[in-house]
Ligand binder design. Structure first.
Ligand SMILES: Cc1cc2nc3c(=O)[nH]c(=O)nc-3n(C[C@H](O)[C@H](O)[C@H](O)COP(=O)(O)OP(=O)(O)OC[C@H]3O[C@@H](n4cnc5c(N)ncnc54)[C@H](O)[C@@H]3O)c2cc1C
Length: 386
């Protein structure tokens, strides 16, 4: 059996925050602005991520000799995604959607589905995308129009999915579609006849995340395409995968705050205005201290959500909403301040803060927009308090 940890000799393995930081500083930070301008993450980095074991380290690993261990815990996974998000939100976005699909297959897949997909997803030989949103349905997933009908013991899928992260590159799509009775989640290989991928270019943020619109025209799927027992999948797969995706976006938002802080600390230590270094001006110090405080607070909220996930506590859902809401709004606020601290330099190409500013805005929209987070947090709080 192939070992998930198998790598090119000498490649740094990402196993925790420290190794993730080293990988990100070497292979992502110096190139993130170029990815942003080119509108894609190059294959070379995707391969390096495969070699480093970055794609789905939480999956059980074959330790050799057929013994399986449990893979990376979710607190550590969150720290790794924070580090990747510090380097480049587009790369973190690719990891997020791959994580969501890999986890769903591992959690709800049949033995045959797991055998077919999990090792390849774990290694990163197969990259996955998560297909829920449509031209007419985003926040309200119950409004999706894509549908499947049963035919000859299998399924026929029709519909259009929009804003699909890594849709341009992914090999496997997890597609949510209406069945006769509910909504189901279907595993659709990219090379299935009837699948058409149309790149969406020039997004505001996460510009290198290779977003696409994907249309499915009379795509014939086998009976094994449905993930989980019929009728059961909609609620569980959707809630579970979105929760994990939200957790990853929360961690990535912490990474954006940290990146903004590091960029501003460096700039403020060099730039003089009226004979003073920026770092010595009280108004600039106030902005920097708010960044430090919110980075720490957001990191703690994320860690708490991760700890509850590892403990199997249902309260992780609420903790993740709170963490994502706090971290994404703080990221948007501080990335904006980071541009402000850089002045005109913040508006040009020589510093990363303009990219952070655009990427941070996206964090307030994806995996549950700010408004949806607030509605959900308030209604859950009402249940808990009243
Ligand atoms: C960069 C990027 C990557 C993405 N990647 C993926 C992906 O990989 N897979 C995928 O399936 N989707 C993806 N999406 C889509 C994303 O999930 C949706 O954009 C998001 O769910 C919001 O849906 P919408 O854009 O249709 O906005 P709408 O649902 O139309 O909402 C419009 C506005 O109304 C607000 N609103 C909605 N309901 C309420 C309410 N009840 N009360 C108050 N305000 C409300 C929203 O917060 C928003 O501000 C991506 C989007 C972006 C921008």
């Amino acid at each position: 059996m192939t070992t998930l940890a198998e790598t090119a000799p000498g490649t740094l393995q990402v196993t925790d925050r420290k190794s993730a930081r080293a990988f990100v500083d070497t292979h992502i930070v110096p190139y993130a602005d170029a990815y942003d301008r080119q509108g894609r993450v190059p294959e070379e980095l995707l391969e390096r991520m495969t070699a480093a074991g970055l794609w789905a380290p939480f999956l059980p690993r074959d330790t050799g000799g057929g013994e399986m261990d449990g893979g990376m815990d979710l607190v550590t996974l969150g720290e790794v995604h924070e580090e990747v998000g510090r380097g480049c939100s587009s790369v973190r976005s690719l990891l997020t959607v791959h994580t969501m699909v890999s986890w769903a297959v591992q959690r709800w897949g049949s033995p045959a589905q797991r055998e077919q997909w999990v090792p390849a997803l774990g290694r990163g030989d197969v990259l996955a995308a998560f297909c829920l949103s449509e031209p007419g349905a985003g926040s309200d997933a119950s409004g999706i129009a894509s549908n499947v009908v049963e035919k000859n013991g299998g399924w026929v899928l029709n519909g259009v999915k929009k804003w699909i992260t890594n849709g341009q590159r992914a090999d496997l799509f997890l597609v949510f579609a209406r069945t006769a009775t509910s909504i189901g989640a279907f595993l659709v290989p990219r090379d299935s006849p009837g699948v058409e991928v149309t790149p969406i270019e020039d997004m505001l943020g996460t510009r290198a995340s290779m977003i696409a619109e994907i249309s499915f025209r009379d795509v014939a799927l086998g009976p094994d395409a449905l993930l989980g027992p019929s009728g059961f999948t909609a609620g569980m797969v959707l809630t579970g995968t979105l929760d994990l995706g939200r957790y990853s976006v929360a961690t990535g938002s912490v990474g954006i705050i940290q990146a903004a802080l590091e960029a501003c600390a460096a700039y403020a230590s060099r730039r003089t205005v009226g004979g003073s270094l920026l770092k010595d001006l009280p108004l600039i110090q106030a902005k920097l201290s708010d960044m430090v405080t919110d980075a720490r607070a957001a990191r703690l909220l994320v860690a708490e959500a991760g700890r509850l996930k590892d403990a199997g506590e249902a309260s992780t859902i609420m903790a993740t909403w709170v963490a994502k809401y706090f971290a994404s709004t703080a990221a948007a606020r501080h990335a904006s301040e980071a541009v402000q601290i850089h002045g005109a330099n913040g508006c040009g190409h020589d510093y990363p803060v303009a990219r952070l500013y655009r990427d941070a805005k996206v964090m307030e929209i994806i995996e549950g927009s700010n408004e949806i987070q607030r509605v959900t947090i308030a209604s859950q709080a009402e249940r808990e308090i009243i």
